[in-house]
Design a protein around this ligand. Structure first.
Ligand code: TEU
Ligand code: CA
Length: 581
């Protein structure tokens, strides 16, 4: 395996700093807590970490609104704490990626404060400022009308007026997250300086936040959807018929198409790649985008982009996974320098894997099966903290407890603009909020799930199911737990070259109730069988080899060590891995 890079053999674990571990007892996760949990992560078997933003921030978007790129949020610790964390992670063989938010800053960032102060200042052109197309005084607030009908994907119109300048600024996300003007070379220089700041401290790379939003259509072409954001989200909540759902999908695509993927991004990614390549150790760039085009020729833009299409389904059926793999792998293979896949089934923006892909009856079995899928597909897997103990979504029903401001905004829009009754609005806002999948990590069966002391108030409520076995300490002691399943699978993956570097070859492609594929190198072939139903079945894989196979792993106790390929008895929801000879 020695020709592979560290990030090709890695298994990543996303830490959401605010919710991971509270080391100083104030109800907020921090670097002290993260340092204390590094042994846990090492023993789990992951080899690399991605930290969601750890920078100072007014927290309008939970840290994705950064007010100082070269510092640490005071509630998380100091720069010295960060350095200690990085060193301690490296000492355990764990690589560390930071979150790099390029598209926008906080509206409290000194750059923006200066920029908005008037039309003549050194930073006047650092953000995207536009005049109203109509003379002032004609608009509803006496300030003219916005430059066009573009919407923010979080909080209504994408343009916010600033009287000091008599102009509007553009924001794809919250109005507290103004978009930087990346066509200004000074912006680029300032951001690259920041990138070097962290590379020089020794970080192993970056996950690039929302890169698709960096450049917009320079012509500011208006969209043609007959709705605003609130109307679109409302439709998303209420669409029933296939026709409505189809229209909804078209509207989502149409509404934002001019605000994404504007010209310039390939050159920018090339520049950033050249910059990180100046540093030793194969520093990594992972794009928060599914577009394989941003891998350039395979070796001159991003190293990885996420296979988000895999997640875009209500059920991870065998058919869905096969189709996804066929499409993705063909496209990656077509790059001049062959591309490497990167799979994930959850993050801080999406419902929890166990909740989302459960069927309400076999959620835990399915969670196991899906983790097995993620760890056996070809490519680098990204896991999200809490997945390993089967954490579930926690619905926040009182809008005043919401911390995800896009949900707070939606609640208000539903009640005030769309006349939805408050109780129903609260439910819908809770469901769309990302708070439900960001609740604190559940370490023990103790008050606050052991995340913070009993007397502290955690920043988001802890899911009470820590008392029903969804916690690290109790699962650690139970050999049959999800956590121990996870550890075993991770160990098997790292010890089985075909699972790390092998080709993917689907077999039994017409099977609807199970997924079967080979992972294959010149010297090893592994058959992976994932039974997607609760029925046991007898399967015949004798066409693959006349000889018996050797059991590498089974989620089921008592699976035979030697497998007759002609008569494989697979239990309901079993994940079985067999080496073929
Ligand atoms: O998300 C980018 C993004 O496109 C979001 O719209 C995402 O689809 C949405 O959160 C799903 O509900 C990144 C971060 O992951 C997210 O947490 C930030 O809020 C966003 O960028 C702005 O920085
Ligand atoms: Ca704390």
């Amino acid at each position: 395996m020695n020709k592979l890079k560290w990030w090709q053999t890695a298994v990543f674990y996303q830490i959401y700093p605010r919710s991971f571990a509270d080391g100083n007892g104030d109800g907020i996760g921090d670097f002290k807590g993260m340092i204390e949990k590094l042994d846990y992560l090492q023993a789990l078997g992951v080899t690399a970490l991605w930290l969601s933003p750890h920078y100072p921030s007014p927290m309008w978007d939970c840290g994705y609104d950064i007010s100082d790129y070269e510092a640490v949020a005071p509630e998380y610790g100091t720069l010295e704490d960060f350095d200690r964390f990085l060193q301690a992670a490296h000492a355990r063989g764990l690589h560390v990626l930071l979150d790099l938010v390029l598209n926008h800053t906080s509206d409290q960032h000194p750059w923006f404060l200066e920029s908005k102060s008037g039309r003549n200042n050194p930073k006047a052109d650092w953000y995207i400022w536009m005049d109203s197309p109509f003379p002032s005084g004609e608009g509803p607030g006496g300030e003219g009308v916005p430059p066009n009908n573009w919407q923010s994907c979080f909080d209504g119109p994408a343009w916010t007026y600033v009287p000091e300048r008599g102009q509007y600024y553009y924001h794809y996300f919250m109005k507290q997250q103004p978009d930087l003007n990346w066509r200004n070379p000074h912006v680029k220089a300032a951001m690259w300086k920041m990138v070097r700041f962290w590379l020089e401290r020794g970080v192993d790379g970056f996950r690039l936040d929302a890169i698709g939003t960096i450049y917009e259509d320079p012509a500011l072409t208006p969209h043609r959807v007959p709705l605003d954001l609130a109307g679109l989200r409302h439709l998303a909540d209420t669409a029933q018929t296939p026709a409505e759902k189809k229209r909804l999908a078209r509207y989502w695509q149409e509404m934002f198409r001019y605000q994404w993927g504007g010209p310039g991004l390939h050159d920018l990614m090339k520049e950033l790649r050249a910059l990180v390549d100046e540093y030793p150790g194969d520093r990594l760039l992972v794009g928060e985008d599914d577009n394989i085009d941003y891998m350039g020729n395979g070796d001159d833009e991003l190293h990885l982009v996420f296979n988000f299409p895999l997640m875009r389904t209500e059920r991870l059926t065998p058919g869905w996974v096969r189709k996804n793999q066929a499409e993705r792998l063909a496209r990656l293979d077509a790059l001049p320098t062959r591309g490497w896949p990167c799979n994930t089934l959850g993050n801080h923006d999406s419902p929890r894997l166990r909740t989302r892909y459960g069927d309400g009856l076999h959620d835990l079995q399915l969670a196991r099966l899906h983790l097995a899928l993620l760890l056996t597909l070809r490519g680098t897997p990204f896991l999200y903290n809490g997945e390993e103990i089967g954490m579930t979504d926690l619905l926040i029903t009182d809008p005043s407890n919401l911390r995800d401001t896009m949900a707070t905004w939606y609640y208000r829009a539903l009640v005030e603009d769309l006349g939805v009754p408050p109780a129903e609005a609260a439910l819908r806002a809770g469901r769309m909020s990302r708070d439900k999948n960001r609740t604190p990590m559940q370490w023990r069966n103790a008050p606050n799930g052991g995340f913070c002391p009993p007397e502290a108030t955690p920043w988001l409520p802890v899911n009470p199911n820590y008392a029903e076995g969804v916690n690290v300490e109790e699962q650690d002691a139970d050999p049959a737990s999800l956590l121990n399943f996870y550890r075993r699978m991770l160990a098997v993956r790292q010890a089985t070259p075909a699972l790390v570097e092998g080709e993917y070859r689907p077999v039994h492609e017409r099977a609807r109730t199970y997924l079967a594929f080979l992972r294959q190198t010149a010297s090893q072939t592994v058959l992976v069988i994932l039974n997607d139903s609760n029925r046991r079945r007898r399967l015949d894989f004798s066409s693959l080899s006349p000889r018996p196979g050797r059991l590498i792993f089974s989620s089921q106790e008592g699976a035979p060590a030697t497998c007759d390929l002609g008569r494989l008895d697979i239990a309901g929801f079993e994940a079985r891995l067999i080496e073929l000879f």
